[in-house]
Design a protein around this ligand. Sequence first.
Ligand code: HEC
Ligand code: HEC
Length: 472
Amino acid sequence: MKRLLSRIVPFALAAPLFLAGCGGSGKEDTATTGTAEKAQDQPAKGDIPGKSVTPDQVIDTNKVVDVVKGEVKGGESTKGPSRTDHLFAYPDAKLIKDEPLEIEPPRGLPPLAANVYVPASNPVTKGKVELGKQLYFEPRVSKNGTVSCATCHNPEKGWTDGLMTSTGIFGQKGGRNAPTVLNTVYGRSMFWDGRAPSLEGQSQGPPQNSIEMGEQSYEEIVDRLRAIPGYKEQFKNVFGTDVTLDGVAKAIATFERVTALSGGSAFDKYQNSEAPDHNKILSESQKRGLILFGLQLNGDDDYKTDAVRGKASCTKCHAGFNFTDEQFHNLGVGWDAKQGAFKDPGRWAVTAVGAKNTMELGSFKTPTCRDIAKTAPYMHDGSEPTLEAVIEYYDRGGNANATLDKDIKPLKLTKQEKADLVEFMKALTGTPIAVALPTLPPGPDGKTVDPKSALTPPSKSTAMDMHGLIVR
Ligand code: HEC
Ligand code: HEC
């Protein structure tokens, strides 16, 4: 759940965080480093429900109620204390009618092994994937019904929005580029600064920062979904409960886990010695790019070139099957030379007070290079419009600053070498994933919503209205 909630937070969170310059208060730190789950050690109290135990997580419902009180703000006095069953409910096993689903990821990606990429508390099941898909495309998750996950992570656009940053939504500076959801199931942390853990199994604690959800409490979201009979029914079948936020998060995560997978690219086919003519799958330019990037040609490939392996040293960070070391690096992106400061402090801002290291200033998570040709513009602030521009940026050694990563330095690439690197990255486009838009269940008035209506970001004025209502 934290996974979902952490996503609810970022815009609202990012705004005060950046406006405050850098740093972030203790509260934000708690919410963003996952330490909040320590609350589980607290004893249960008095007349409010105590602890709810899920297979791998203890939820301190006392804490939940507290958070909601703050969140409901003025509404609290009339509404009374929150119902914790909005967050998590005990399943009725007899009601669960869902079947397990086995998924084989495309070539080049590791299997979705249980307990590695699939938490024990959230097995992949057929109905859950279907439910998660509907919720992913569901505009009614947002307060005014104009935004869904797909607004900013549209499968048709490489699971992103094609925009520089998603600013406008909260009308603040310091917005970030929407990263692709592709292969995030393999990620060790979420967001450009890694402030959220990737696996929802660790993230099912109470929301710690729901105040940041702005004018929409999770009760509102859940009540709205509970009013839709189709969701009530599916939750019963899939989870054996009524609609809960825990279930919403688990279903969406499961949909992403089995669908948003990028593999089976030309590069993967080239590496697969069983593919017919596998050595012919990449062009000569792509092969030179592959070498410059830091990788090796197939042992049985007789292509001869004097390209220098690792000249561009990309694999120092974009390493492994998902082309990321999952670490944070300062490339100087967003460095404001005049001010002598980063526009966005990145990783540094979310490290707990007391553990901050200036080396983390301006550092961001290494993104995957898979499907990279589809996810322009690039970098955490969307500042590089094309792959060519990204290569130029690396070639000049990034933006000099005191804590620039040691592996970022001028590369002295020739024109041809630059073109080769771009060509190689194009070989990382995965097998296309067809995601047919789901039919969303009709609401209490019998009317349904077209998921297509939320595939493009709301206009600026609508977006301003959306402040704080973005569920992620
Ligand atoms: C208004 C645009 C917007 C909406 C709506 C939105 N996201 Fe995001 N998403 C972003 C941005 C921007 C980031 C990066 C934020 C950051 O790094 O601080 C992000 C980050 C993520 C990440 C982390 C990816 C990574 O590589 O670290 C995932 C996963 C994700 N969103 C999934 C979702 C899901 C699921 C929903 C719906 C419940 C959703 N998002 C709704 C814009 C959006
Ligand atoms: C020192 C580690 C490091 C090295 C070396 C490195 N990268 Fe990156 N790369 C990153 C990080 C971190 C980001 C995100 C930076 C940001 O937004 O501030 C990134 C971003 C990118 C992006 C944009 C991705 C997106 O989704 O926006 C591309 C493309 C890319 N790198 C390709 C390359 C290529 C090609 C090379 C070799 C010439 C290379 N990188 C070398 C760490 C590295």
